[in-house]
Design a protein around this ligand. Sequence first.
Ligand code: NAD
Ligand code: UDP
Length: 321
Amino acid sequence: MVRKRVLVTGGAGFLGSHLCARLLKQECEVLCVDNFFTGMRRNIEPLLDEPAFEVMRHDVTFPLYVEVDEIYNLACPASPIHYQRDPIQTTKTSVLGAINMLGLAKRLHARILQASTSEVYGDPEVHPQPESYCGVVNMVGPRACYDEGKRCTETLFYDYRRQHRMDVRVARIFNTYGPNMHPQDGRVVSTFIVQALRGEPITIFGSGQQTRSFCYVDDLIDGMTRLMNVSQDIEGPVNLGNPVEMTMCELGELVIALTGSSSRLEFRALPQDDPRQRRPDITLARRLLHWSPKVSLEEGLVRTISYFDRLLADPSEADKL
Ligand code: NAD
Ligand code: UDP
């Protein structure tokens, strides 16, 4: 059998490591490319013994010369504290990374999927957000390096499609959580779980009435691989996320209940440009991909809590937290 050879950029990150594992299960050869800015070796450690798995340390802002059949472009820091650490590099990673990966896909006549984001909708005035909504983004605010970087990536993908007739796919991913999240990435699910497990205050930003909709990683990866593999032509971006929406206060209380923690909610300042509400309209994904999330928030959180519980119990890892 000839195995499909698949490139995953950002393959040592949270989503990338799950994607690499899934592709190996599907009998693909996987080339994981990462510069380890936010990616972690421990995420891909279980895969290193697989003969079909290869890792390359590389920054996607530089050209890459490899031979593959398909490309998933995930390389980009995704949590606000990470992408705001070096905002110029974040925009470069999105824009130059996309140009380099699209150029590679063009030469190879390979199908390419971009991990885009619900952040392209900014602080949305339409709720829930369908793909047709163009969003409201502050282009000079602290989140712009990420949001505008991803918006420009989408522009590039559809220009390559129109100009070079390429087969491109764009997944607009909404907040996703699960094992392999970076324990210090500041994202709300990982932060609340680590705080609850340590009995520390749960830090609620603002009033805690802002909402998000959280998708468990296995569901998200299922949606992403379906989007890549569906044979019909896909004309535009597709939302992938779980439409169950909740406030940050509700999430905090749920994490406390599921961990049995003595932690209490503590209120902090709201970061600038923090979106007030977000929920995906997944009508298109249901129709085109026959996909919808299966894992409930409680079940997904229990699995994630157990991952962080093991991590915190490991003294070599706990030192790094
Ligand atoms: P992550 O930070 O865990 O993973 C990103 C990976 O990209 C890391 O391994 C990092 O080292 C690597 N990387 C960063 N810059 C690079 C560069 N210049 N060259 C090579 N590698 C580089 O984030 P994640 O949550 O796994 O997100 C993966 C992708 O999915 C990102 O593109 C992100 O924008 C998108 N996304 C994620 C979510 C989510 O909720 N997790 C939501 C929307 C979109
Ligand atoms: N948040 C919070 N406390 C934290 C971290 C985040 O209340 O310790 C809030 C944050 O202000 C936002 C929501 O949780 O409203 C989701 O934040 P995250 O950074 O996970 O994702 P994003 O804002 O990019 O959707």
